[in-house]
Design a protein around this ligand. Structure first.
Ligand code: NG1
Length: 471
């Protein structure tokens, strides 16, 4: 029988160390308040580290050793546990002095409303972009995108032309870091030169915000190094501004917000209109499983911008009749009938989605607060139907993944996550059923549709953060 010594990260960022013979059950016990007095008052907790030992005595001895370590030493241990990404980074830049860890994000509900001043319910997830940086005094940035096996160097003095130091156009992937430097400059800040390498275990272009994770990683570094007094919301907004204006992707604020504000074990309720937000713990004994349709989309070339335009057209028509409406999220469900009288049917479908999706997010928050996982799951399924039928951004493959998922035991709900047109589904699953759910989904999708999916079991993570290497 294996014995484990483990470290939990509590909601306030503190660590708890223990030993067990069953990690899953022990984590559940902690999260249901039956683990230890300390964790009971610091819930929820997530597992961030474990070691397997041969016997009980060794596990208890190791627990005592770990308990004596201070917070920083434990953090280092956790970092080394996650080293799969870090060692290639440090091989690429051996004298790097900073490491930035930037999570991806999943969205539970509130899709295509962030550019309509609506409410969204995303979470940062424990899959990351990691960035190792060596600052230098020149005004150049040398980047190594290890996943792409590509490098580029550009000058911070000439970002407008989007060219590298040799005069060639910047490759698409380099536009994201460059956009952050450019947006900071527009705000009056002066980002410094660096050599940097980055890697990710987030699938790229899968609707899990790998691009925003890259942006926030660079933004966090420059902000920290410059000791600039910018709060996290402003940092997210600056990244969004760069992505909209420099990269040319007309995204809302949800992705950057979630990565800048993630809280372990929590979904993030965010009102994109008022910019207010609140973390809400997920119900106990639940897990997130992401299923990748493996269909990739290129956002700038997709129908995403068309959907935004349709929302804008609908808003103009509605405002001609109803003068108090500033955004589609001001439309109330009771107004829909009247609006139907004067909107073309396609625009009507888009508006109905936005209005009802906002309602679903509010109801979903109530479900989370009352630990109503089945109720939450039903709203996710309704959200998917709306994205499929009203907003028309789903694909047969995404519909199939959702249809299969909701038949499997322990699945509370499933839906596509992100913009649609490809990418991933998010599944909300009973903790004990996670392995079975994941395997059954993969098998059924292959048997019924002849398609392959890969799944990722995730939990909500803390926000982007930076560490000094060797400190
Ligand atoms: P994804 O699919 O994660 O790239 C996109 C937008 C979000 C939001 C969602 C739909 C980008 C980079 N992000 O997310 O702002 O509008 O679609 O809810 O375009």
């Amino acid at each position: 029988m294996p014995f484990y010594c483990y470290i939990l990260e509590c909601q306030d960022g503190s660590f708890y160390t223990g030993w067990t013979i069953d990690l899953v059950k022990r984590l559940q016990a902690h999260n249901s308040g039956r683990g230890a007095r300390y964790t009971r008052s610091h819930l929820p907790v997530s597992l961030v580290y474990y070691e397997e030992l041969d016997n009980r005595a060794d596990a208890m001895r190791r627990e005592r050793e770990l308990k004596k370590k201070n917070h920083n030493s434990k953090q280092k241990l956790i970092n080394s546990f996650n080293e799969t990404l870090e060692s290639p980074l440090l091989k690429a830049i051996p004298d790097a002095s900073w490491l930035v860890i930037s999570p991806g994000r999943v969205n539970f509900l509130g899709e295509h409303v962030d550019y309509n001043n609506g409410v969204v319910l995303p979470a940062a997830i424990n899959r990351y972009v990691k960035l190792a940086i060596k600052p230098h005094g020149d005004n150049t940035v040398t980047l190594h995108a290890l996943d792409l096996d590509a490098s580029v160097e550009f000058s911070l003095k000439d970002l407008d032309h989007k060219r590298d130091v040799r005069g060639d156009m910047l490759p698409d992937w380099a536009l994201y870091p460059a956009s952050v430097a450019w947006a900071y400059q527009k705000e009056g800040f002066t980002p410094g030169g660096m050599e940097a390498a980055y890697m990710s275990n987030l699938p790229i272009g899968a609707g899990l915000s790998s691009s925003a994770a890259v942006e926030l990683a660079f933004a966090e570094y420059w902000k920290t190094i410059g000791a600039w007094e910018i709060n996290r919301m402003r940092m997210a907004e600056i990244c969004q501004y760069g992505e909209n204006t420099y990269v040319g992707v007309n995204c809302g604020l949800m992705d950057q917000f979630a990565i800048a504000h993630g809280v372990a074990r929590c979904a993030l309720f965010f009102d994109t209109g008022s910019r207010t937000w609140q973390p809400i713990p997920l119900p106990l004994n639940t897990a997130i499983v992401i299923a990748d349709s493996t269909i990739r989309r290129k956002l700038s070339a997709s129908d995403y911008n068309l959907r935004r335009e349709e929302c804008q057209q609908a808003l103009v028509l509605i405002q001609q009749q109803k003068h108090n409406i500033c955004s589609l999220s001001d439309v109330l469900p009771k107004d829909l009938e009247e609006i139907e009288g004067f909107l073309p049917s396609v625009l009507m479908k888009r508006v109905q989605h936005v209005v009802e999706e906002n309602e679903r997010v509010k109801q979903a928050c109530r479900c989370l607060i009352t630990d109503d996982a089945p109720g939450f799951g039903k709203l996710m399924v309704a959200g998917h139907a709306s994205l499929r039928d009203l907003y028309e951004v789903s694909l047969p493959e995404l519909d199939a993944l959702v249809n299969i998922a909701i038949q499997i035991d322990g699945c509370y709900g499933a839906r596509l996550t992100g913009a649609g047109f490809g990418g991933c589904t998010v599944n909300f699953v009973e903790w004990d059923q996670v392995e079975n759910f994941s395997n059954t989904l993969i098998d059924m999708y292959a048997n019924e549709y002849g398609m392959t999916t890969s799944t990722y079991i995730c939990s909500p993570s803390r926000s982007v953060h930076i560490e000094q290497i060797g400190e």
